[in-house]
Structures are given as structure tokens and as C-alpha cells.
Ligand binder design. Sequence first.
Ligand SMILES: C[S@@+](CC[C@H](N)C(=O)[O-])C[C@H]1O[C@@H](n2cnc3c(N)ncnc32)[C@H](O)[C@@H]1O
Length: 218
Amino acid sequence: MSVRHDIDAERELWDAYAASALKGDAEASFCWTQYAGHGPGVELLGEPRSVLEIGCGTGRALAYLARRGVAARGVDLSPVMVKATTAKWAGSGAEFVCSEVLEYLGEHEDTYDAVYSIFGAAWFTDPGRLFPLVRRRLTPGGVFVFSQPPAIPGAYGPQGMYKGGFAGKAMYTYRYSYRPAVWERLLTRAGFATACARILDAPHPGHIGTLLVHAVAP
Ligand SMILES: C[S@@+](CC[C@H](N)C(=O)[O-])C[C@H]1O[C@@H](n2cnc3c(N)ncnc32)[C@H](O)[C@@H]1O
């Protein structure tokens, strides 16, 4: 099943999200899960000299890596977000680019030792289109890692999602949910040499876990 993304409308949704996400005094930090300090850390990326974060949002993870000497670039659909992160993390060395991820990867030929997404663009983009592009932008042996919530049982494929409740302007996007074995198949079909998808338990029983996916380019 495929859906038609309206990128202009999605940009408007993410601009509205950016206005709330950027409040507060976020520190540079790197966490794959929705629970601070829980789960594995940057070691999943190997020891990259260069990274691209897709759907980099608040830029916290990118700033964390840039401060440790990694050439760190992020791409995000929201101009509001990118303007704010460029100002907030100025001096960290991180670079923020405003673009839709498929467009960016299709048009720019730079390659990276790691491409990653933390509840970011890998969640909101058709994997059939995204994965082959990511693979082409990885150096040999480079890694693609992403995290997001696991699928709700029985609800697979593109999932429509309204922003911020069910009253007011109709802003929506799609996010993609599959079982771990399906993520692995989509990645190997896109040319990755290996792919491993697993669900990490939450720190408290019965709470929402985290889907963690790791793939290696040939
Ligand atoms: C849940 S937020 C990001 C979470 C991020 N890890 C953080 O710390 O803020 C998802 C981000 O993905 C971006 N995004 C969604 N669809 C995108 C696309 N097609 N291309 C690029 N960025 C996209 C949004 O603009 C938003 O900033």
C-alpha cells in the first residue's frame, strides 16, 4: 500500500511542532530511546568520521557528535526548526540543512560513515524510497541506524497521524510501522549487506519499548 505525501503540508505540521519542541534549555545529548539514559548509545554508529542525521529535529544528538570531533550534518524538513537549531548549536561544528530527506539524498552525492534517525525521517518516509538512497550515500561498510516506537500489533504499513489532537486545522503526516523481520527484509532488499531489527524493552514493565534497527552497507 502506498500513500501520497503532501510535503508542503507536512512542512507546515513540522513547523508547528518545532515551535513547541524547541522550548526549554536542551543540552547536547545522544539517546536512541524515548527514555533519557536508557538503552545503547553512540557506539551503535561505530567510530564514524562523518554522519548524516535525517530528520534531526532539535539537533541535540548532532551537536553531541560534532563536539566530539565528528563531521556532523543534519537534514530537516522544517525551516523553523533549522533556523533555531543553527542558532542554538552555533559553535558546536554541527551543520543543519533544510530539505526534504528524499530530495536531499537524491540531489547530493556526499557520502557518510553513518546515517541515522532518532524518531526522525526514517519513521516518516516510505522505506521503499528511502533505504536505497541511504545505502548509496554510505561509505563501504558504513552503517544506517534508526529508532522509533514499535508497530502497534496488527497496524502495519503507512499510518496516518494528525498533529496535536482532533480539533483545529487538519494537519497530518504518515509514519511507517512494520514488524522487525519486515524492516530487515526491506533493508536487505535495498542492498544492505546485513540488517538487524529488535525491540528494546522500556525501563518500566508495560511501557512502550523502542524499535532499534541497524544495517551495514556492503
Ligand atoms: C519527532 S521529530 C525529531 C526527533 C529528533 N530526534 C529530535 O531530537 O528532535 C521528527 C523530525 O523529522 C523531521 N522530518 C519529518 N519528515 C521529514 C522529511 N520527509 N524530510 C526531512 N525531515 C523530516 C521533522 O521536521 C522533525 O523535526
